[in-house]
Design a protein around this ligand. Structure first.
Ligand code: GDP
Ligand code: MG
Length: 166
């Protein structure tokens, strides 16, 4: 019975992961981050490099408009190239957020020294990576970065083989 419950809790998920401009500026850091993704059993479903206009940055982070760091964040996110990934694995959203560590770099260094933000983050704004925080935001954010990608279609195709372990 317990075993069945354990199996059922293994849910295949997609998440949006973004390497922010501070990290993309450093090729060795990019290589290390890509390796961390692979070492943590994520499957790279899509990957692309892009540069945001200021309006894209404002739209993506609209939930934070009015916060003291909003302008800084918007400027930073449109300051240079980024790399966006659609990542898949069991419980992908939580695993990627755990791997990134807490939002604030100094907090990350004290509480999760192995995390990406602890090891590579520069400041609370320039904190290396983004990750979706729920199934709903993952779907919305994947649509924002990859408008031609359908989460539902991908799930329909891949989920049965994940469940049967093939
Ligand atoms: P995340 O989901 O961990 O990325 O954190 P949030 O959604 O709360 O914030 C979005 C982004 O805004 C963060 O990744 C940071 O780049 C920036 N940010 C959030 N909180 C702060 C803050 O207190 N100070 C500064 N400077 N930037 C912040
Ligand atoms: Mg967030």
């Amino acid at each position: 019975m317990l075993l069945t419950a354990g199996r059922l809790s293994k849910v295949l998920q997609l998440t949006l992961a973004v390497i922010k401009p501070d990290a993309v500026a450093h090729p060795l850091m990019m290589e290390a981050l890509h390796q961390r993704i692979l070492d943590n059993k994520f499957v790279v479903v899509r990957c692309k490099d892009l540069v945001w206009r200021k309006q894209d940055s404002e739209r993506f982070y609209a939930e934070h408009s009015g916060r003291f760091f909003y302008q800084r964040l918007v400027e930073f996110m449109s300051s240079g190239p980024m790399r966006a990934y659609i990542l898949a694995r069991e419980d992908a959203i939580r695993h990627w957020r755990e791997l990134m560590g807490p939002t604030k770099v100094f907090r990350a260094r004290y509480t999760s020294p192995e995390s990406i933000r602890a090891q590579f983050g520069l400041t609370d704004t320039r904190n290396t990576t983004h990750g979706s925080d729920s199934v709903e935001s993952a779907k919305r954010e994947i649509g924002f970065f990859f408008p031609d990608f359908s989460v539902d279609e991908w799930m329909e195709k891949e989920e049965p083989s994940f469940r049967s372990g093939r």
